[in-house]
Write a protein that binds this ligand. Structure first.
Ligand SMILES: Cc1cc2nc3c(=O)[nH]c(=O)nc-3n(C[C@H](O)[C@H](O)[C@H](O)COP(=O)(O)O)c2cc1C
Ligand code: SF4
Ligand code: SF4
Length: 340
């Protein structure tokens, strides 16, 4: 029996949901499978503020630097990898996790990379012995860019035996920020459809994993090469348009004070602990936002916005709400048709 750990970060719940699907398939195979949420495992603000992996566009947004100087987001990550020395906070992990045969690390794709907090955490890991196999997994909106290469490099650097990558686009949760409406039922139905696809892909991936441990390994490729090819022009456009679009139109942090009920949900939801209060007690965002969208999505009165362009747009309610909506709709239909 394999002993597996799934370690993940999730901004709006999709990666958490995906983790549960992977766990289900693992358990069906008779593997033991623990899951661990990065946010429950460690205090993110401390992790982040101690040694931030600079999201260069975030810093640019704060300082309004010209694009020409920084042609590619996350430029500083490469140098961070070079001097990744491990964090004393996590030094016992090499021993604590030696009971696992396989560890999966999952995160949403943010700007063609793993979420910055996951990057920070991986860089902070101690060195592992080569016996533990690892794989990466991701949820995204269709363009993973360098995510897999990034995970492979960093996990290999930390001493793991990298086995492969698993990913799934579900619904366009990030695009909720720029859309006017977000149809819960439609999105929920899409989530269910994509879940079937996800389960099938996980099953195939686990066949491959199983063969690594118990049989003759066979060649496996999770990422779609066509999607990778399409990703190249998308990435180029993204990198050059990044200042213009992100900084001028999408991101920032604003609040309609008259609508804020001072519930502090945003403050509690921010995984980075970035939201502080101004002199009047209203929330304001601090440095190093990773745009996980939680403060916006979870604000009960829609008082927050990233920019005037994204003000009053749809909000992503999280996979649980979407699945409940579909369930409720099914129930309503049954009642209407007199089947209940
Ligand atoms: C700041 C930010 C950047 C993103 N960048 C990408 C991207 O480059 N490519 C992509 O396909 N999806 C991107 N997405 C979409 C997320 O990867 C997707 O919504 C993911 O499923 C969210 O997972 P979570 O709910 O676990 O946070 C981005 C989302 C955010 C919030
Ligand atoms: S300020 Fe909002 S978007 Fe930024 S990290 Fe915190 S919760 Fe996420
Ligand atoms: S979640 Fe919304 S209403 Fe609550 S404190 Fe934050 S901005 Fe105000």
């Amino acid at each position: 029996m394999l002993n597996v750990l799934l370690f993940y970060f999730s901004g709006t719940g999709m990666t958490r949901y995906y983790t549960s699907l992977i766990q289900e398939e693992m358990v069906k195979r008779g593997y033991s499978c623990d899951t661990l949420d990065l946010e429950e495992f460690t205090d993110l603000p401390t992790l982040w503020q101690k040694k931030p992996v600079a999201l260069t566009y975030t810093i640019r947004a704060e300082e309004k630097r010209p694009l020409g100087k920084y042609p590619w987001p996350y430029l500083s990550v490469k140098s961070s990898i070079d001097d990744a020395s491990g964090n004393p906070l996590f030094s016992t992990l090499a021993k604590d996790w030696s009971k696992y045969d396989l560890i999966g690390f999952g995160s949403p794709v943010y700007s063609f990379r793993p979420a910055p907090v996951m990057i920070r955490f991986l860089l902070d890991l101690p060195l592992f012995n080569k016996k533990i196999r690892t794989f990466s997994y991701a949820t995204h909106d269709g363009a993973q860019g360098d995510y897999e290469a990034f995970m492979r490099n960093i996990l290999t650097l930390k001493g793991f035996k990298y086995a492969g990558h698993l990913d799934q686009p579900f619904i366009y949760s990030a695009s909720a920020v720029v859309r006017r409406s977000f149809d819960y039922l439609k999105a929920g139905e899409m989530l269910i459809k994509k879940s079937f696809e996800a389960r099938r892909n996980i099953f195939i991936f686990l066949e491959y994993i199983h063969s690594l441990f118990y049989g003759i390994p066979y060649w496996y490729r999770a990422s779609n090469p066509l999607a990778k090819l399409i990703g190249i022009p998308y990435r180029l456009i993204y990198s050059h348009g990044v200042d213009l679009i992100l900084n001028n139109f999408l991101f920032g942090f604003g609040i309609h004070k008259e609508e804020c009920i001072l519930c502090m949900t945003c403050v509690q939801q921010c995984p980075q602990g970035l939201i502080e209060l101004d002199d009047e007690g209203y929330p304001i965002r601090h440095y190093h936002c990773m745009y996980c969208l939680r403060c916006l999505n979870w604000c009960p009165t829609d008082a927050l916005y990233f920019s005037s362009l994204t003000d009053r747009k749809a909000r992503f309610p999280g996979p649980d709400v979407l699945l409940d909506t579909v369930l409720q709709d099914g129930l309503d239909r049954r009642i209407k048709s007199g089947r209940d």
